[in-house]
Write a protein that binds this ligand. Structure first.
Ligand code: URP
Ligand code: ZN
Ligand code: ZN
Ligand code: ZN
Length: 479
């Protein structure tokens, strides 16, 4: 067991900031001390195994990305990041825990899906990992199988009101699953878009010759998200089950969440960096890359889709984060290469695999929101780490810098700079970056996971297999 002292920095939590040193023994934080403390007359810095100098920098709890899809089968292909490449990219970006989605589809068993996900992840992760369970085929068997999830450390499950024929759940299935979730204390996560109606619009657009990626965004209109969000909220209200709506992108969906919260319902919303920064016009409609021409927008095809900036959705996401109508930011990291993967939908936007990769840039992109005055420094820590820990049953262990917590720490330099370029500047297996050209006025300097330095100024020191499976408790976020 080795000791580590992070010294001279400003320790930032969700509620404040203070000049302090952080003492780590083995995998845990053992003390948060006044700067340069002499414990029992001993100069700490000279008695620990390693000192990390954080002078002039922020020391924050490691990021928790609660929505990732490593190796997700989708649209005839599979998300390109393995648990190894995806978690190495996470570590580089200051994210020290992920929660990925184990997949059960119609006709298969929940237990098989979960076992397959353990198989993919075990021994391969560079940072700690947990699972949510996708229940893609609600029937008597899967409802019964939900009873075993809590013992497995899986306290949240996801259903889809979108993707008919793939993960789609009907209202009667959703109602039954929510009743079960209420009984078990599970948190219901919902992909809220009206899938069957979207499929009609998409087919009509395709038949009119409107086949480019831009029309992915037109078919998945905000009304489809607002309606499904409202329906999910009503079903949750009926059953008394808490609800967490994933990847919120429409202003009107935030309004639905806000109204439900104002009525006192346990309803929560997550947005993603792409919905804060990117748009239908600028990205989905892009044609500037000569390699791809009018197919360039495929880089940003994801669901829910990027939305019109003129309609004010991006501003509404930032506002929702400030008012706590949106509680946290995850990436929905679901990376597909342009070559051979997104390319499957050239000539038919309906066949483009859905997903964007952002796992390495979430902490930076949200810090840029601090620089531009959208959120406070403390709110940055809250929405990227502290709330994800509380929401998904990891509080006390993750998301805080306090004695007894896992020593997951990031030293962040507000005077540093990060330029995001092509694939060369990221560590995901993607062949492009959805964030190319973004400039960040800050830099992830040092990343510590359970007491081990994974990243510092001379590079990556982590390894696949360092990351451990996180058995999670019930949500600690309910009112
Ligand atoms: O486009 C997305 N979001 N792909 C991943 C699957 C999902 O819906 O979360
Ligand atoms: Zn989804
Ligand atoms: Zn997702
Ligand atoms: Zn080093």
């Amino acid at each position: 067991m080795s000791t580590l002292l992070v010294t001279g920095g400003t320790v930032v939590s969700s509620t404040g900031r203070t000049e302090a040193d952080v003492l780590v023994d083995g995998e845990r934080i053992v003390a948060v001390l006044a700067p340069s403390s002499n414990l029992l007359g001993t100069d700490l810095a000279s008695s620990v195994d390693r000192v990390v100098d954080a002078s002039g920098k922020y020391v924050i709890p490691g990021g928790i990305d609660a929505h990732t899809h490593m190796q997700l089968p989708f649209g005839g292909t599979e998300a390109i990041d393995t648990f190894e490449t995806g978690t190495i990219a996470a570590a580089w970006g200051g994210t020290t825990s992920i929660i990925d989605f184990a997949v059960q589809t119609q006709g298969t068993r929940v237990e098989e899906g979960l076992a397959a996900w353990h198989e993919k992840a075990r021994g391969n992760c560079a940072v700690d990992y947990g699972f949510h369970q996708i229940v893609g085929g609600v029937d008597e068997h899967s409802l019964k199988a939900m009873e075993t999830l809590v013992d497995e450390g899986i306290t949240s499950y996801k259903m889809f009101m979108a993707y008919p024929g793939v993960f789609y759940a009907t209202d009667d299935q959703i109602l039954r699953a929510m009743q079960k979730a209420r009984e078990l204390g599970l948190l219901t996560m919902m992909h809220a878009e009206n899938g069957p109606a979207i499929d009609v619009l998409a087919e009509q657009l395709y038949n009119q010759g409107k086949t480019t990626p831009y029309f992915h965004g037109i078919a998945r209109a905000w009304q489809m998200e607002e309606e499904a969000t409202h329906r999910a909220i009503m079903l949750a209200d009926l059953t008394g089950a808490p609800l967490y709506v994933v990847h919120v992108s429409a202003k009107q969906a935030v309004e639905q969440l806000a109204a439900a919260r104002n009525r006192g319902q346990n309803v929560f919303g997550e947005t993603c960096p792409q919905y804060l920064y990117l748009s239908l016009e600028e990205q989905l409609g892009a044609t500037g890359d000569p390699t791809w021409g009018d197919f360039e927008g495929a880089k940003w095809v994801c669901s829910t889709p990027l939305r019109s900036r003129e309609e004010g959705h991006q501003d509404a996401m930032w506002q929702g984060l400030r008012t706590n109508d949106l509680q946290m930011v995850s990436t929905d990291h679901c990376p597909f290469c342009m070559k051979d993967q997104k390319e499957l939908g050239r000539g038919d936007f309906r066949a483009i695999p859905n997903g964007i990769g952002s796992i390495e840039h979430r902490m930076d992109l949200l810090y840029q929101g601090v620089v531009t005055g959208q959120i406070s420094l403390e709110r940055w820590v809250e929405i990227t780490s502290t709330t994800p820990a509380r929401m998904f049953g990891l509080h006390g262990r993750k998301g805080v810098i306090a004695p007894g917590a896992d020593a997951d720490l990031v030293v962040y330099d507000p005077n540093g700079h990060t330029s995001i370029g092509y694939e060369k500047t990221h560590h995901s297996a993607m062949d492009h970056s959805a964030w190319e050209g973004f400039e960040i006025d800050g830099h992830v300097d040092v990343v510590v996971s359970r007491g081990s330095v994974l990243v510092d100024d001379d590079g990556f020191h982590g390894r696949a297999g360092h990351g451990q499976y996180l058995k999670r408790g019930l949500t600690q976020y309910l009112t």
